[in-house]
Design a protein around this ligand. Structure first.
Ligand SMILES: Cc1cc2nc3c(=O)[nH]c(=O)nc-3n(C[C@H](O)[C@H](O)[C@H](O)COP(=O)(O)O)c2cc1C
Length: 175
């Protein structure tokens, strides 16, 4: 992996999140990877910012309360099963690293690891959060996504470091 300035990244942001998915790792003492598909990249408060959305029912939500930093890692297609696992099992009762074969790799700027198998990763410190307010949903179809009323908390993550590599050639499961 090599460091890259956020301004130099050439990304397909809608493909990356909606189709490739990502792993949000939270927690310093006991880091935990969770699959996410909702979020964004941009500029806020004169900083490069990644936004992620976490429901209060997630173990990840508790971890972010304890340690307000996270990493966001994007993996090659060969790791799709691992992403499925991290998006359906909870770190409350599963060691998702052991179950998926994913490996935590220390970050440079924050106490939360990245995913070693990532082809693109961000290290982020949470600058602010805001809880989605259903009273402000203008399109009524949005409320249907919340049958449990577990409205997401939005995290504004200051990108302190970004890492990329051209191709991942080691450790990818075959077949
Ligand atoms: C493709 C996909 C995308 C997901 N995106 C999100 C998301 O953006 N925010 C969220 O709170 N949960 C999302 N989830 C659900 C969590 O990944 C899932 O509930 C996970 O088991 C929570 O793990 P945790 O309890 O260890 O935090 C997604 C799941 C999948 C499969």
């Amino acid at each position: 992996m090599h460091a890259i300035a956020p301004a130099d990244l050439t990304l397909r942001p809608f493909h990356l999140l909606d189709q490739q998915w990502a792993l949000l790792v939270a927690g310093a003492e006991r880091p935990n990877p969770m699959t996410v598909a909702w979020g964004g990249f941009g500029t806020l408060w004169n900083r490069p910012v990644v936004t992620v959305f976490v429901r209060p029912t997630r173990f990840t939500f508790e971890l972010l309360t304890r340690e307000p930093s996270f990493t966001l890692s994007f993996l090659p297609d060969a790791w799709r099963d691992a992403l499925e696992l991290c998006g359906t099992r909870s770190g409350r009762d599963t060691d998702k690293w052991a179950a998926s074969g994913l490996v935590p790799e220390p970050s440079e700027m924050i106490p939360v690891p990245r995913v070693a198998q990532a082809e693109l990763a961000f290290e982020c410190r949470v600058l602010a959060t805001t809880d989605l307010d259903p009273a402000r949903f203008l399109d009524p179809s949005i409320a249907k996504l919340y049958p449990l009323a577990d409205y997401h908390r939005m995290y504004f993550g200051h990108v302190l470091a970004a890492w990329t590599r051209q191709e991942l050639t080691e450790g990818v499961p075959s077949g």
